[in-house]
Design a binder for this molecule. Structure first.
Ligand SMILES: Nc1ncnc2c1ncn2[C@@H]1O[C@H](COP(=O)(O)OP(=O)(O)OP(=O)(O)O)[C@@H](O)[C@H]1O
Ligand SMILES: [Mg+2]
Length: 351
């Protein structure tokens, strides 16, 4: 770092609906300042099921976004799509961190359904197993090398230098932990409700106890409303944003579409309780664009009877209000959660 030049960190979140960019600067007192942010035009069908169908469209969206926001930094931190990654929690005999590495690789071979040479493996020792102090729990993160490579190539094609450090749900956790304080016993369900996907991550004391990706999101809401009321796609999308005229009963349709999320949370909660790993969910934090869909937080709040809130990943981040040009920050910030979490990761940092 040059003397006097502050380090800027750029998080790039390539979603199926849009690309989000967040540029943060570390202040001298270890706080962060938002320097810039941006959301691209909708990517249409360029990314489907986590697979990039139209590379040119995505690289153009990235290039245009950075250019239009005047972001000069070429080094970006990105996350791979959930499809390229397997996250698994395993229990094994307790070992020192030094001895663990080899043993964990061996264990991983039994748990990862790919050739171990085809994945990059990362792990975090979570601590003692709840039911057996001689055992420890380890979080395995296995990313398919070819998918990670193809994804980094895409970012390079946009003229950037990527470091790939994360998956969406950990980036969201990272952003939330930097902005909220949780009591050690609090069990927090983080939901990143995007367009094609919802990432669930249930944490306690900073440890991710349960992660899962569901194929539910804004697209599901739009499609359900389209079918139910026989609307065009753009009419249905307006209804999901709460912009349709009176007389359209969209709430029950959205709730029905959210049922999958609620069921997955209930199952996760039952599993964690039975395994003695974590108590009941005591708080729900929702981020991603579809957190803004009217009725979604209310539905989950009613269903789980715990405080449910929309995440503000800029709560403890300083910024010049003119960056939002009169826009309501809370109509934008939830979409930037993964981007903030990525920017907060220093390059080379690992979960
Ligand atoms: N104000 C709003 N009200 C309702 N829905 C909104 C609003 N703003 C954005 N959305 C919806 O949020 C979704 C986009 O969210 P997000 O940017 O988090 O998704 P993504 O990261 O591109 O997709 P994914 O993570 O699923 O690949 C779209 O379905 C969009 O319609
Ligand atoms: Mg997303």
């Amino acid at each position: 770092m040059l003397f006097g030049k502050k380090q800027s960190l750029v998080g790039l979140d390539i979603g199926s609906h849009s690309v989000k960019v967040v540029e943060l600067e570390v202040q001298s007192n270890k706080t962060y300042r938002l320097i810039n942010w941006g959301i691209s035009q909708p990517l249409a069908e360029a990314i489907v099921d986590g697979e990039i169908m139209d590379r040119q469209l995505v690289t153009d969206a990235i290039t245009n976004l950075l250019e239009s926001r005047g972001i000069k930094s070429r080094n970006v931190v990105a996350a791979v799509s959930g499809r390229a990654v397997i996250v698994k929690k395993i229990t094994m005999n307790k070992l020192s961190a030094d001895d663990a590495q080899q043993a964990i690789y061996w264990e991983a071979e039994q748990h990862v359904p790919y050739d171990i040479n085809d994945v990059s493996l990362d792990f975090e020792i979570l601590g003692a197993a709840p039911n057996d102090p001689k055992q420890m729990q380890v979080l395995l993160v296995a990313a398919k090398k070819d998918m990670v490579m193809s994804f980094s190539d895409l970012i390079r094609e946009a003229g950037l230098q990527p470091s790939i450090v994360d998956v969406d749900s950990f980036a969201a956790q990272n952003a939330i932990e930097a902005n909220y304080d949780f009591a050690p016993e609090e069990v927090v369900a983080i939901l990143n409700v995007g367009s094609e996907m919802t990432n669930i991550n249930i944490i306690q004391g900073g440890v991710p106890y349960f992660t899962k990706d569901l194929q539910v999101g804004g697209n599901t809401f739009v499609e359900s409303i389209q079918r139910k009321f026989n609307l065009s796609q753009s009419e249905a999308a307006a209804a999901v944003r709460g912009e349709s005229g009176p007389g359209l009963e969209v709430a029950p349709v959205i709730e029905q579409a959210c049922e999958g999320i609620a069921t997955a949370l209930e199952r996760a909660q039952a599993y964690l309780r039975t395994a003695g790993e974590a108590g009941s969910i005591s708080r729900i934090m929702i981020c991603g664009g579809s957190a803004l869909t009217p009725g979604v937080p209310e539905f989950l709040n009613r269903r789980f009877s715990v405080p449910t809130e929309i995440v503000n990943p800029l709560q403890r981040v300083q910024y010049d209000p003119s960056l939002f040009a009169g826009q309501d920050v809370m109509k934008v910030a939830p979409l930037l959660t993964v981007g903030v979490g990525l920017a907060l990761r220093r390059q080379g940092d690992k979960k």
